[in-house]
Design a protein around this ligand. Structure first.
Ligand code: FAD
Ligand code: MLT
Ligand code: ZN
Length: 462
């Protein structure tokens, strides 16, 4: 039966686009190397029609399908289980930009276009695709949409969902659902595309999308500020919001420990040495004058004690070197050892109390390094814990998530549930919310073939 499916897939996409054994190895394990899987094969369709035909073949043979784009996801959502029966459907060959409209400010592209490539294409037309993540050189639009990715620009432009105008999806029965409208206003019935954004491949396969662009900013200011506490960082944020308003395009909190890991594992040195907390802020505008206002604002923050030291980038290269400190944290953490990731959000005002309570909850566990950083402007922190090999990472997850629940927060602000957090979602979400989600899954994917066991606990199916 598996051999029959392999032959049918080869007939659809050509034999060279069906990978097995060693050729499939790179697609079988996630970026963190936490979830090694074993696929029946990896299939690489080159068009929407081929994706639809692959899905129909998998339905016929009862094989689970795992969509994969750049495989940079941090929740193990894009890799197969160890059964040897699931088909990884890679979107990597669907990498055409279909159109860019600089006046309507839209970009229409296939799911396998690398985020950075899409951003560069928009920039050539004087437009900006405001989704910025350290993984943008590998993450692809399909994965970015399927995870409703966040990143550093969310506080100004919203999550990916806010930027998706249209979507083309292959449903679990192999039908193509064409929701590729590029309208800014469209209240004609249910907004079905929202179902697939952030569904992590459990409801269908995104094959193309139309994304909203914004004007490319001409003037940018990047500053690294040392602050005495997360409370002070919030005071600095409030001041920046008052003085710079919507021009703030990033406001990241970074712990001294995070910068220490980056220096230790990559030799990148912060220009501000010592101190427990830092803010990396970016403001951008199409209009002149931003720098003067921002410099005045930061000077006032220093006088008020909201910041205790700071450096403003004097060139693009200096700004890039400040951002390099931030962008290397995740890889430095990976090199530091075994880790438990907590991609949490709480109401902004609760951040200092959350941090104190989480530290207290973890204090009895010896040998932990708290690598805390993240998107403070969105109330989203990566409360990551590097731990000794023998430590029980699931117990640590539960301790942190219980604190998150106490503060009315979320256990995944931007990375998603994948397979990493399925148990924790089931433990902490209200039963009626989970039941409605299962009912929707059953309606759209009655055979349970789309990314089985991700986001929601598996209920029958392959
Ligand atoms: P993949 O890893 O391939 O897939 C992710 C999920 O989407 C899986 O469940 C997969 O099955 C599903 N999927 C993939 N393609 C499709 C498709 N075409 N149709 C349907 N389902 C699909 N994330 C953030 O949100 N913010 C950050 O700041 C951020 N920073 C990161 C930094 C680093 C260094 C790394 C390694 C990761 C970071 N991430 C971040 C996580 C990751 O980059 C994002 O989740 C990204 O959106 C995943 O894109 P991808 O193409 O790699 O998706
Ligand atoms: C980031 O913001 O750099 C990633 O989302 C974080 C992570 O590694 O947890
Ligand atoms: Zn992040």
């Amino acid at each position: 039966m598996n051999q029959d499916l392999l032959s049918e897939l080869a007939a659809i996409v050509s034999p060279s686009q069906v990978l097995t054994g060693e050729d499939a190895a790179g697609y079988a394990i996630d970026w963190r190397k936490l979830f090694p899987g074993k696929p029946l094969c990896v299939v690489r369709p080159g068009s929407t029609e081929e994706v639809a035909a692959v899905v129909r073949a998998c339905v016929k043979h009862g094989a689970g399908i795992v969509p994969q784009s750049g495989n940079t996801g941090l929740a193990g959502g894009a890799v197969p289980d160890s059964s040897g029966a699931q088909v990884v459907l890679s979107l990597s060959r669907m990498n055409r930009i279909r159109a860019i409209d600089p006046v309507g400010m839209t970009l229409c592209a296939e799911a396998g276009v690398i985020l950075q490539t899409a951003k560069e294409a928009a920039a050539e037309k004087g437009r900006f695709l405001p989704i910025s993540l350290a993984a943008e050189g590998s993450a692809m639009l399909g994965g970015v949409i399927a995870t409703n990715a966040g990143g550093i620009n969310v506080l100004r432009y919203g999550m990916t969902r806010a930027l998706v105008l249209g979507l083309e999806v292959v449903l679990p029965n192999g039908e193509v659902l064409d929701l590729q409208r590029s309208l800014r206003k469209d209240n004609a019935g249910y907004d079905l595309k929202q179902l697939f954004i952030g569904a992590e491949g459990t409801l269908g396969i995104v094959t193309a999308a139309t994304l909203r662009l914004v004007p490319q900013q001409r003037n940018t200011l990047t500053a690294l500020m040392a602050v005495e506490s997360p409370q002070a960082a919030l005071a600095l944020l409030a001041r920046a919001q008052t003085e710079l308003g919507d021009n703030i395009s990033a406001f990241e909190l970074i712990s001294g420990i995070s910068l220490g890991l980056v220096e230790q594992h990559f030799g990148l040195k912060s220009p501000l040495q010592g101190g427990n907390w830092f803010v990396l802020m970016e403001a951008a505008s199409t209009l002149p004058g931003l720098r003067d206002v921002a410099e005045e604002m930061l000077g006032a923050a220093l006088e008020a004690g909201e910041a205790v030291d700071g450096v403003i980038a004097e060139s693009g290269a200096q700004a890039a070197s400040l951002w390099a400190l931030r962008e290397h944290i995740t890889e430095a953490e990976g090199r530091a050892g075994k880790g438990a990731k907590h991609d949490i959000s709480v109401p902004l005002i609760e951040i200092p109390a959350f941090l104190a309570a989480a530290e207290e909850a973890l204090a009895p566990t010896p040998g932990l390094i708290l690598n805390v950083f993240g998107h403070l402007g969105d109330g989203n922190l990566h409360y990551n814990v590097v731990m000794p090999k023998t430590a029980d990472s699931e117990a640590i997850n539960r301790l942190v998530h219980d604190v998150v629940a106490r503060f009315g927060g979320s256990i995944s602000a931007e990375h998603g549930i994948g397979q990493y957090r399925v148990g924790e979602l089931a433990r902490l979400r209200a039963p009626n919310e989970l039941a409605l989600a299962q009912a929707l899954k059953g309606l759209i994917d009655p055979e349970g073939i789309m990314n089985p066991g991700k986001v929601l606990a598996r209920r029958g199916g392959p």
